[in-house]
Design a protein around this ligand. Sequence first.
Ligand code: AMP
Ligand code: MG
Length: 418
Amino acid sequence: MAQLSDDCFAFGGPMMSVDEAVGLITTRVNAIADLETVRLTDADGRVLARDVVAPLPLPPFTNSAVDGYAVRDADLPQGVERAFPLDGRIPAGGLAQAPIKPGHTARIFTGAPMPPDAKTVFMQEDVRIDEAGRIVLPPGLKPGANVRPAGEDIPQGRVALPAGQRLRPQHVALAAAFGLTSLDMVRRIRVAVFSTGDELASPGEPRAPSQLFDSNRFMLMAMLRRLGCEVSDLGILRDERTSLASGLKQVAGRHDLILTTGGVSTGEEDHVKAAVESIGSLVLWRMAIKPGRPVAMGIIDGTPLIGLPGNPVASFVTFVHVVRPTVLALAGGLPEPLTPIPLRAAFTYKKKAGRREYVRASLRRAQDGRLEAIKFPREGAGLLSSLVETDGLVELGESITAVEPGQDVGFLPYADLL
Ligand code: AMP
Ligand code: MG
C-alpha cells in the first residue's frame, strides 16, 4: 500500500493555485512499486511498469506500400516510359527469394517483401499494358518510391513505450506488433470510496422525503475505473464524527487511497475534517478554483485521503484537478497535463482575477465553420443536468476577468479528462 508521511499534504498558504496543487501532489505522492504481468488483452488503461524496448524493427522487413510493379534500381525509366516483361509475382506473406531478372518487372502487392536489388514500386494505377502484354512504366519515379523500409516506423532497440505510460489502444497495438503477449504493469491502484451525508440514500434503498439519492459515489467510481483503479464501494457514512472515523480507519492500510465526497466545508455539520483529525492528520486545501470549495487532504495510517466537496459539479471538477493527478502519481504514471483546445466563445462572462474558473459549455459549429462554445444557461454547482447536457469545460485562467463573444478560450472536452 502507499505509505505517505503525515505532513505530506501540509501547505502553508491560505489559497493555492490549481498548478501549485497539482505540483504538490505529483512531488509528494510516492509511486507504488508492485508490478504484475498482465496479458496484452487486459492492458488497456493501465500503467506500464518498465520500458518496452523494440525487440524487432517495424516494419520487420522492407515491403511494398502499394499494389503494383517492382523494378531493379538499375532499370528505373529515365526521361521516357519503358516496357518490361513480367518476371514473378509476390503476394503479401509470400517470399521474394530471387532477384528480378534485369530488364523485367515483378508483380507485387501491398505488404509483400521487396525482392533483392529492387527498392522502387510503381502503383498499378500509374502503369499500362501494351499489345505484347508488357508492363509500361512511366518515367520520373524516384528510387525508393512506394516502399516501406525495415525499421522506418521504429528501429530495433529503441524505447518504444516508456515506463509510466498509461496505455491506450494504440499502445496496445504497438506491443502486439512486437509480438508481445504480456506486459509488466503497475498493479491497479486500490481506492476506497465513501459518500457522506445524512441526506443521502443509496439507489435501491428506500428514500425518505428529505433525502436524495447518492449520485457522486457512482460518478467518482466510474471516473476512477476509467483511470484504471480497482474500486471498493463502501457506501454512505453518516454525518457523525465517530462513525465517520471508524469507517475511514477500517479501510486505511488496505487501500492506496481513500476518497470521500461531502462534509468537507467548515459548517458544523461537516464532520470529515474532525473525523480525519481524530485518527490521522488532515489539512484543508483551499484552491483558487470555481466550482470547487475546499478539498480535504489527509493521511490515515500512511494512506492518503482526499475529501471532495458534495456538490456534484464541484466534486467533478476537483476530481479532475486533485484525484486524477494523485492516482497517476500513485501508479507512477507520466504526468498527463490537460491541454485546453482553443476555440471561440459565444457567451459573455465576468470573473474575479486570481482564480481559475471552469464554465460548462456545449460545442456548436458557427456559420463560418468554426467551433464555438456555448455556456450552459445556469450556474449552480448542484446541477447534474449541466454536466450531462454539455460537452466539456471552458477553462478561464487566473488572469482573465471577462469573456466577450468572439474571444478565443480554451476548451477541455469531457472525453479528454479521463
Ligand atoms: P456538503 O459538501 O456535504 O456540504 O454537500 C453539499 C451539497 O451536495 C448538498 O446539497 C448535498 O446534499 C449534496 N451532496 C453531498 N453529497 C452528495 C452525493 N454523494 N450525491 C449527490 N449530492 C450530494
Ligand atoms: Mg454533507
